[in-house]
Ligand binder design. Structure first.
Ligand SMILES: CC(C)(COP(=O)(O)OP(=O)(O)OC[C@H]1O[C@@H](n2cnc3c(N)ncnc32)[C@H](O)[C@@H]1OP(=O)(O)O)[C@@H](O)C(=O)NCCC(=O)NCCS
Length: 253
């Protein structure tokens, strides 16, 4: 189990910036949230949430799920509330046709959340939908079997050229890229992952692209891998104009 101080480093940046008083234009902001139900009580976040969110927290069976949902929503509310200069408890969220949450009334602020055991990442951008996905590569996964079900033929060819750790790393790079695209479009699994091809960049600091013939506007989306501490892999998906500067990685509020 990682200690609290190590968790802060999950998104490796030379220097983490403090959260800006306004969401920058033309850049994505990503915040890391550590989630440890052994050291933090989910109840401390309840007062920041709406009644519906509080009800949802109580419906989760496991403490870890209660903390994940309550803390992510509380951090989300605090950050957006600060930008809009509004009480965080007054913010209202709505859901897209396939469940993607968005802010009611303030359509220029977009966000997306992803979590894996112990960690969450929250991505924010102005004026355009974005998607983010983080995975723990140590997760117990039958890589070959899953790849045959969700990867395209080309992705599978690339994957099966690799062995051992390299195969696993590539699997999660492709997985998080595809998932970030599914989340940016808001379509989730209503889009067949085998109809989306993630074309990874030659260098992880460059942008990847996507091929998805069945979705108008899909060519707008690009991906960038976030530099994570092992064993995590995270990918952000956004239009190219939001990726011309590297994502701003911030401390949690
Ligand atoms: C729901 C889904 C969008 C992501 O789920 P996930 O991978 O289990 O979870 P993540 O932690 O990355 O994301 C969950 C968050 O995404 C957001 N979300 C929910 N529905 C969404 C949608 N349709 N689009 C974008 N974001 C969505 C929510 O904020 C949610 O967190 P919350 O419920 O705490 O608010 C969906 O894509 C899914 O079920 N994926 C399953 C994985 C899979 O098979 N992927 C194939 C990849 S090749």
């Amino acid at each position: 189990m990682l200690s609290g101080s190590v968790w802060k480093l999950i998104l490796l940046q030379k220097k983490m910036s403090p959260i800006k008083t306004e969401l920058p234009k033309g850049q994505v902001m990503v915040t890391h949230v550590s989630l440890d139900p052994n050291t933090e009580d989910w109840k401390s976040h309840l007062s920041c949430l709406s009644i519906d969110e509080q009800k949802k927290v109580l419906q989760f069976h496991y403490e870890g799920d209660k903390l994940r949902f309550a803390k992510c929503r509380s951090v989300l509310r605090k950050i957006i509330g600060m930008w809009l200069n509004k009480p965080y408890s007054s913010l209202m969220f709505k859901f897209g046709k396939h469940g993607k949450p968005h802010l009611d009334h303030h359509t220029d602020i977009h966000f997306n959340i992803s979590h894996t055991q112990g960690h969450a990442v929250l991505a924010f951008a102005r004026d355009h939908e974005i998607g983010i996905d983080i995975e723990n590569t140590q997760r117990d996964t039958d890589i070959d079997n899953v790849a045959q079900k969700v990867f395209t033929k080309k992705e599978q060819e690339l994957l099966f050229q690799m062995d051992g750790e390299n195969r696993k790393n590539l699997f999660f790079r492709l997985w998080t890229a595809k998932e970030s695209f599914l989340k940016a479009t808001g379509r989730g699994l209503t889009l067949n992952p085998q109809e989306i091809e993630a074309i990874l960049p030659k260098y992880p600091t460059s942008n990847g692209t996507f091929l998805c013939n069945n979705l108008k506007g899909s060519e707008l989306f690009f991906s960038i891998e976030l530099t994570c501490q092992k064993p995590y892999t995270a990918t952000l998906c956004a239009p190219s104009y939001l990726l011309s500067s590297p994502p701003l990685i911030t401390n949690k509020i």
